[in-house]
Design a protein around this ligand. Structure first.
Ligand SMILES: C[S@@+](CC[C@H](N)C(=O)[O-])C[C@H]1O[C@@H](n2cnc3c(N)ncnc32)[C@H](O)[C@@H]1O
Length: 370
């Protein structure tokens, strides 16, 4: 039950000097008893991977000068807002080159911009009503904040527990705001429809579950796999990617996904499992017709947030992708790849693809090549 309102879409202009809040202002609605109780149960009952959904929402909330996500604070909860704010404050005080959360902010903006372009490309290909599937959707609120989804049926897929909690939190916050007269952001559903699907995508039949909730294999689809693949073990991640790739033969398909390289998984051996050092080669081998790769700081993954040439991301971009360690300081090259892949039911190798190109190529990369 969300109150109708003006809806979002506009992003405040970046104002690097003015956006920093030394004191965190926790929205009143997060302090209401019902909402506090729900967030307390998240801390008690969710596993560490599920809780990452609140952490990423907290980053989106705190980078609000570049990301328009009015539900992010409510979905993140006070604990995660305070923890993320503390890290940002420490980085500011230490004059760090990278402020905590900048990678998440760039990643969000990259997915937003590629999603908008993908929906547009499918429309140009004759797919008037597209589907957008967010696998491991967590506390994502794109269905409420992106106007480009007005003709799209959006499916948010995550664990049963998370899907139920997300709806409960939004309802409790709206009810508390109404009863207590506290501030509630003006949001409305921007997508044509939103269907929440509670399922474990490690199950072999996860795609059938999605179909039972109204997903059609015949319609053009954008798959958004943001912050999910590396939490899966290799057989599960590959099964998910193979299912999506197989659908390229049936309907125009766009995949947007972030991949860790092998060294990145050493940041947490217990949390991170799946990796690919060359996802732009892996995806075509599964059936996608083209894949392009970006790194944080590349022209399409910068958004004015990664300008210092000596920050970690720009340094990494200068190191060849075949290198194991950064020659400057000997640290392992830990990379996050942002990957855009397409596929469509083509009858000839020279048939037009839905990104408008006439393509026989299997892969390409916008980033530093081996
Ligand atoms: C880092 S969060 C990312 C959430 C969201 N995509 C974002 O970027 O804000 C990872 C999400 O993946 C979900 N997830 C992890 N393993 C999953 C699985 N096997 N099935 C469904 N969801 C899963 C978690 O519950 C969590 O919400």
């Amino acid at each position: 039950m969300l109150k109708p309102g003006a809806g979002g879409g506009e992003t405040e202009q970046p104002s690097p000097a003015g956006w920093w809040q030394p004191e965190l202002k926790v929205p009143e609605v997060l302090l209401s008893e019902s909402v506090k109780r729900l967030h307390a149960s998240i801390e008690e009952e969710w596993d560490s991977v599920e809780r990452t959904a609140c952490q990423t929402a907290a980053s989106r909330a705190l980078w609000k000068h570049v990301i328009h996500d009015p539900l992010a604070e409510i979905l993140a909860g006070e604990k995660h807002l305070r923890s993320s704010h503390g890290k940002m404050m420490a980085d500011r005080l230490n004059n760090a080159r990278e402020i905590s959360g900048v990678m998440l902010a760039v990643r969000t903006l990259w997915f937003d911009s590629k999603l908008e372009a993908a929906v547009e490309s499918l429309r140009a290909f004759g797919e008037a009503e597209t589907q957008v599937v967010l696998l491991g959707a967590g506390m994502d609120a794109r269905a409420y904040r992106l106007k480009c989804l007005k003709d799209s049926s959006v499916f948010e897929v995550d664990s049963q527990k998370l899907i139920r909690m997300k709806a409960d939190l939004l309802n409790a916050a709206a009810a508390a705001a109404e009863q207590e007269g506290s501030f509630w952001p003006e949001v409305r559903l921007e997508a044509k429809s939103l269907t929440r699907v509670g399922t474990d995508i490690r199950e072999v039949d996860w795609l059938e579950t999605l179909q039972r909730h109204g997903f059609s294999l015949q319609k053009g689809t954008v798959w958004v796999l943001e912050g999910i693949l590396y939490y899966l073990r290799e057989p599960h991640a590959m099964h998910v990617l193979r299912c999506i790739a197989a659908n390229c033969c049936v309907a125009p398909t766009v995949l947007l996904a972030d991949f860790m390289n092998q060294h990145s998984t050493s940041l947490s051996r217990s949390a991170f499992h799946f990796y690919s050092d060359w996802p732009e080669e892996l995806l075509p081998s599964l059936g996608f017709s083209a894949a392009t790769l970006s790194q944080i700081g590349d022209p399409d993954a910068d958004f004015g947030l990664v300008t210092d040439p000596s920050n970690l991301f720009n340094r990494l971009r200068r190191v060849p992708r075949t290198a194991e360690t950064d020659p400057e300081d000997g640290t392992p090259c830990r990379r996050l790849y942002l990957v855009h892949a397409t596929g469509s039911p083509t009858t000839s190798p020279h048939a037009r693809t839905h990104d408008g190109s006439s393509s026989t190529s299997s892969s390409s990369s916008t980033s530093s090549s081996p």
